[in-house]
Design a protein around this ligand. Structure first.
Ligand code: PEP
Ligand code: MN
Length: 259
């Protein structure tokens, strides 16, 4: 693996940020530059293909956004991460040098899809993050980790993004912290980051949720950011400006050994 990506992967606390979706080249590049300017971000994330719950919504810019991500990396030096859900998406992402791939919550639930992604990763040296499935099923989460590991991927990390439940709650996705803690116990030493953006679904409780994760010994966070959050094409309510992201990262009390 490239040294720079390895260094980012091993960084503690690990901070991953960027827009829910890549929308335009300008939006992605400007977000990346502002994030880089904070000096608080280790990996730039952007959704290229978006698994939306219902049809008719913005379903991601698609492969056309990959050169934008590459440009953002060239301009900022930040390694990049994107979600992949099919073999073709893996192939396209790797063609455009995406440094870290992640499997989304709606993919982790489906063993056929996870296996397809895992097969596409065989023989590839790329770190892979695996989000918890949308339903609170640790066996599915573990199964996805096993499928990716059996494909020969050495660098595997976990993302805790909360679990769907019916009806309105304080959270968009219930954190069910005990499940993340149990997953950590089952995978000692495996990187685990918290994704307060998809847990909270709103900005005002992001920081306290991220803090809770750090207090529970998580290795870092993935937080969505956008140059103009209210105008975001997806997940507008939960995104923050790069400036706010920087402030939040500075205000979190990190594990002593990490700072
Ligand atoms: C995302 O990270 O933008 C995303 C779609 O997340 P999740 O898979 O957690 O819903
Ligand atoms: Mn999102």
């Amino acid at each position: 693996m490239k040294e720079k990506v390895q260094a980012a992967w091993n960084k503690r606390p690990l901070v991953i940020s960027g827009p829910c979706s890549a929308e335009t080249e300008e939006q992605l590049v400007a977000t990346a530059q502002q994030l880089a300017a904070t000096g608080k971000v280790d990996i730039l994330r952007a959704g290229i293909w978006k698994p939306r719950t219902k049809p008719g919504m913005f379903e991601g810019i698609g492969a056309k956004g990959l050169p934008w991500l590459q440009k953002a990396k060239e301009l900022t030096g930040l390694p990049t991460a994107a979600e992949v859900a099919t073999a073709k998406q893996v192939e396209d992402a790797l063609t455009f040098d995406v440094d870290v791939l992640w499997i989304g919550a709606r993919t982790t639930v489906n063993p056929f899809s996870v296996q397809e992604v895992a097969d596409a990763l065989r023989g590839v040296d790329v770190p892979v993050l695996i989000k918890n499935p949308i339903n609170p099923d640790l066996e599915l989460w573990s199964g996805a980790v096993e499928r990716v590991a059996r494909a020969g991927i050495k660098q595997i990390g976990l993302i805790h993004r909360g679990f769907s439940s019916y009806g309105n709650t304080e959270y968009r996705n219930a954190p069910m912290w005990h499940l993340a803690i149990e997953m950590k116990r089952r995978n000692p030493g495996m990187l685990i980051v918290n994704d307060p953006s998809h847990i909270c679904g709103r900005r005002d409780i992001l920081q306290e949720t991220a803090q809770r994760a750090i207090d529970l010994d998580f290795d870092g966070v993935m937080i969505e950011s956008h140059i103009d959050p209210d105008k975001a094409w997806s997940d507008a309510k939960q995104q923050v400006t790069p400036e706010r992201l920087g402030e939040m990262i500075s205000s979190i009390i990190w594990r002593k050994e990490d700072v």
